[in-house]
Design a protein around this ligand. Structure first.
Ligand SMILES: [Zn+2]
Length: 304
């Protein structure tokens, strides 16, 4: 087993928990006031210092914007208001994390600045930390009122937003303006693409390279597909795919970077023929620079 595997699996588990928390939250949006909110997810925006800030979920309404930060943790959570940490206890095992209330406060300040910079009219920004696992108990060491006002369980979210709706009755944003803000946020959002190879100190030789079978039930995990005339064929289930190399290219962007040469593509997808690789890259009509051997194609990360 590769020495980094345990680290990577732990990080993956944490990301997946976060992702599932967001998904669970999404389900609850149907219980909010009908047609009142526009929902934007996974925003990553640049602030005036060139640093990025990230908002997992933003709800836009005519009277206010609502930043939601989902925490998907089972067991119990204690908001330690002295050290500003949360202490997560699961089956007697304790772990501490930075206080999500500080996190959303920072997101709010940055979003307010961003909106001002983009010359949008002032609109109140509210935040809420949502405990997305409905069995999770949470409590605070002090400042109970503050914590209870700013944290809610997922099931209580519709009641919480109803409170916000009655506290903010001034409609400062027209439907048209909400659309403009949403459009601008989406347009300026840059997907997060960290240099994972560098982060985990990996080399290409640490990866299992190749184009892999798209059939989810296929037992082939290590053996790549082989190139046939008009596509790819799985050596195990014999599935055929015309465009399985696109998944390999997506992995390449996420793992290695957004520039690829013919020879890097061949290494990564385990392909012999320079001509086939060249044909496949050309088919994608990617922006490129350089000529012949030095030609580099620019890959882009899908926004979703
Ligand atoms: Zn297969």
């Amino acid at each position: 087993m590769h020495k980094k595997r345990a680290d990577i699996e732990e990080d993956l588990a944490r990301s997946l928990a976060g992702y599932r928390g967001e998904q669970a939250l999404h389900y609850d949006f149907q219980f909010l006031k009908q047609n009142h909110y526009s929902v934007l997810e996974d925003l990553r925006l640049e602030n005036e210092n060139g640093d990025f800030f990230q908002i997992d979920c933003l709800l836009l309404s005519p009277s206010y914007l609502l930043i939601l930060e989902a925490k998907n943790m089972s067991g119990s959570i204690l908001f330690d208001q002295h050290t500003r940490h949360i202490i997560h206890n699961k089956n007697g095992l304790e772990r501490s994390y930075s206080d999500p209330l500080l996190q959303v406060q920072r997101q709010r300040i940055q979003l307010e600045k961003w909106l001002k910079q983009q010359k949008f009219p002032f609109v109140p920004v509210i935040t809420q930390v949502v405990i997305s696992n409905s069995d999770t108990r949470y409590d605070a060491t002090s400042n109970h009122h503050f914590v209870y006002q700013n944290v809610t369980s997922r099931l209580n979210l519709p009641n919480r937003t109803a409170e916000f709706e009655s506290a903010h009755t001034d409609e400062v944003l027209s439907a048209k303006l909400i659309k403009q803000i949403a459009k601008s946020l989406i347009k300026r959002s840059t997907p997060y693409n960290p240099d994972l190879m560098h982060w985990y100190e990996l080399k290409l030789s640490d990866l299992i390279l190749g184009v892999f079978c798209p059939n989810a039930d296929c037992p082939s995990v290590r053996d790549p597909m082989f190139k046939v005339n008009s596509g790819w064929r799985c050596p195990f289930c014999l599935a055929f795919s015309r465009d399985a190399h696109l998944t390999a290219l997506k992995d390449y962007v996420l793992l290695v970077g957004d520039e690829i040469s013919n020879s890097h593509f061949r290494d990564f997808a385990r392909m012999e023929s320079v001509f086939t690789a060249s044909r496949l890259l050309k088919q994608l009509s990617l922006p490129s620079s350089g000529a012949k051997k030095n030609r580099k194609y620019k890959l882009s990360l899908p926004k979703s």
